[in-house]
Design a protein around this ligand. Structure first.
Ligand SMILES: Nc1ncnc2c1ncn2[C@@H]1O[C@H](COP(=O)(O)OP(=O)(O)OP(=O)(O)O)[C@@H](O)[C@H]1O
Length: 266
């Protein structure tokens, strides 16, 4: 029996001042799946995310979500009024139906318990990202939507956050839709990649996308320039070689896809 998708966007088009930002994009998010949208700056990743969340109307196309779907959204930016005194715990209590116990749980799970009474205006970029993630988790999401979750986070912190995402998916049984600039950083944390540049350039398992001519056209130059990149070594077995979607992972510890050892410099 196949279950209904959590979310389905069909033939989405959107232009801003005659510039086509979304060009006939369709995508489906199924329960438990981690999907990553990648693409260069300004290619429409955040816009697509907002359209899928119903925060932005498409010109044409449709979005269908499962009834009463609980979505935890971590936006790219959340401007706060600097004049408003607000602690981290106070900020998280603004989330609907959040309890003190849930807040304490997520602060501890994300290793930021020590920040509970700190002013939200005095946090580092990486700390703020974790607070925003805690806020998204407090709604007990069936779908977690993360727009550039590692923005302002140092490289070690980025690796930790990307290792955390599949673990959170397993703990909550939720699906994840996230936005990233860097396929090689996220490839161990994602089941499917959708590479955008207005339209969908290519999509599929991260290994497949990283070798796709359309992906290399967009990102290949970066590798030629000699910037550090990752080689991904599988620690799991694929059941379906043709489609590459079904695979079993070893989730026996908190870091189910620890690929940090495979970092290679060009
Ligand atoms: N509300 C808006 N009005 C006009 N133009 C917009 C609006 N929102 C986004 N754009 C434009 O649409 C394009 C896509 O923006 P979007 O934020 O979706 O890109 P992105 O892929 O998320 O970029 P980045 O990686 O830099 O975050 C950009 O050229 C942006 O300037």
């Amino acid at each position: 029996m196949t279950s209904q998708p959590l979310l389905e966007g069909k033939d989405l088009c959107l232009s801003f001042r005659q510039k086509k930002v979304l060009d006939n994009i369709s995508l489906t998010v199924n329960a438990g799946q981690i999907i990553t949208l990648i693409g260069p700056n300004g290619c429409g990743k955040s816009t697509l995310t907002k359209v899928l969340l119903g925060l932005q109307q498409p010109d044409t196309g449709s979005v269908r979500t499962q009834r009463n779907l609980r979505i935890g959204y971590m936006p790219q930016q959340l401007p706060l009024d600097e004049r408003m005194p607000l602690t981290v715990s106070g900020f998280l209590r603004l989330t609907r139906r959040s309890t003190r116990a849930d807040i304490a749980h997520w602060l501890e799970r994300l290793n930021i318990s020590h920040l509970g009474e700190q002013s939200v205006h005095k946090l580092s970029g990486g700390e703020w990202q974790r607070v925003l993630l805690a806020r998204a988790l407090l709604v007990k999401p069936q779908l977690l939507v993360l727009d550039e979750p590692v923005q302002g986070v140092d490289v070690q912190g980025q690796l930790e956050l990307y290792q955390l995402i599949p673990a959170l998916r397993d703990e909550l049984g939720c699906a994840v839709l996230m936005v990233s600039h860097d396929l090689h950083l996220v490839m161990s944390a994602t089941d499917e990649v959708i590479c955008l540049n207005g339209h969908v350039c290519c999509s599929g398992h991260p290994e497949t996308v990283s070798a796709d001519p359309a992906y290399l056209e967009l990102f290949g130059k970066r590798l030629d320039d000699g910037i550090a990149y990752y080689t991904h070594h599988h620690d799991h077995e694929h059941c379906d070689h043709d489609h590459g979607h079904e695979h079993t992972h070893d989730h026996s510890n908190n870091h189910p896809h620890d690929h940090t050892q495979s970092k290679q410099h060009d």
